[in-house]
Design a protein around this ligand. Structure first.
Ligand code: BJW
Length: 251
């Protein structure tokens, strides 16, 4: 589908000193990674992602929650960055000093060439134990097929259960990542918010911080979101459609 990007946006991007690209699950949707609030499929359709992504769920049923994350980790390993990820990396080349802030726990920005994306909600590829020292764990790649329960491994240092290295509801975001994100949002000229429903806090404050600091906030999302009203421009389309058109207009 052809997306018309207002010509002035290309000039705005080109003239910016720092662009922040703030991404959510919709960024990876066209790589075949389901968004967080899509209905779960297959064996997982009986469950609600918001209930699985909690410390309480892991403590109540570690095999269920670990199995879900192993199934997702295998899907992400099979996925490839889409044109939206590639255009995001190109923005960093076009406007040096630009920053990617992602809520996603996949590694598709890195694989598309983004330098050092800030991961606010952790990573599927950084498991650690639940012991006091949170030892990083080396977990072999497996492919659990359609999913199901899988017992989590035990830490080789302290014997505690290993958990996914992601941020669950009720847990604090990694403080260094949150500080870096707030700093970038406070000091950018343009913030692109791409593929996020904007309902999970404190991440959802990032576009607002940029807007209050004087940046132009541009949203890319096929659907309306609560962020619409703080955005100067709402581009209704997908990441893989809109971002390449936007970067083409800025070259
Ligand atoms: C496309 C597209 C295409 C589709 N192209 N677009 C203030 C008010 C109310 C509540 C709170 C508050 N502050 C804190 C809270 C509580 C809570 C919270 O926010 N709850 C809300 C749900 C009400 N927040 C927390 O608990 C956070 N922790 C915290 O606050 O700690 C405080 C604390 C302090 C000190 C000590 C201890 C604690 C933690 C939040 C962690 C979120 N974690 C998750 C799971 C990560 C692991 C996993 O993936 O399993 O992160 S939840 C989930 O939501 C995931 C995502 O990163 C996050 C955001 O979702 P996202 O990315 O926006 O995805 P979707 O699916 O919602 O939307 C996709 C969008 O894409 C849609 O808009 C589509 O239209 C669009 N789209 N295709 C472009 N092709």
């Amino acid at each position: 589908m052809q997306i018309d990007v207002p010509a002035t946006l290309g000039a705005t991007l080109r003239g910016a000193r720092r662009v922040v690209v703030f991404t959510g699950a919709g960024m990876s949707a066209e790589s075949g990674v389901p968004t967080f609030r899509d209905d779960l499929t297959g064996l997982w359709s009986r469950f609600d992602a918001e209930r699985l992504a909690t410390p309480e769920a892991f403590h109540a049923d570690p095999d269920l929650v670990w199995g879900w994350y192993e199934w997702r980790r295998a899907r992400v390993r099979r996925a490839e960055p889409n044109p939206g990820h590639l255009a995001t990396a190109e923005i960093e080349t076009l406007v040096p000093g630009s920053v990617v802030i992602t809520q996603n726990v996949d590694d598709l920005h890195e694989r598309a060439g983004s330098r050092a994306p800030i991961h606010l909600h952790g990573s599927l590829f950084a498991p650690r134990c639940i012991g006091e020292d949170a030892h990083p764990a080396d977990v072999p790649d497996t492919d659990p097929g359609d999913g199901g329960r899988i017992p989590p491994p035990r830490c080789t240092h302290c014997g505690a259960l290993v958990r996914p290295g992601v941020v669950w509801f009720g847990e604090q975001l990694p403080i260094a990542a949150l500080n870096a994100a707030v700093e970038a949002a406070s000091s950018c000229d343009v913030l692109l918010t791409v593929g996020t429903s904007g309902v999970v806090y404190p991440a959802a404050e990032i576009p607002r911080i940029a807007m209050l600091s004087g940046a132009m906030v541009i949203q890319v999302n096929p659907e309306p979101t609560p962020l619409d009203r703080i955005c100067a421009v709402n581009l209704r389309g997908t990441a893989a459609q809109v971002l390449p058109a936007l970067i083409a207009s800025a070259r």
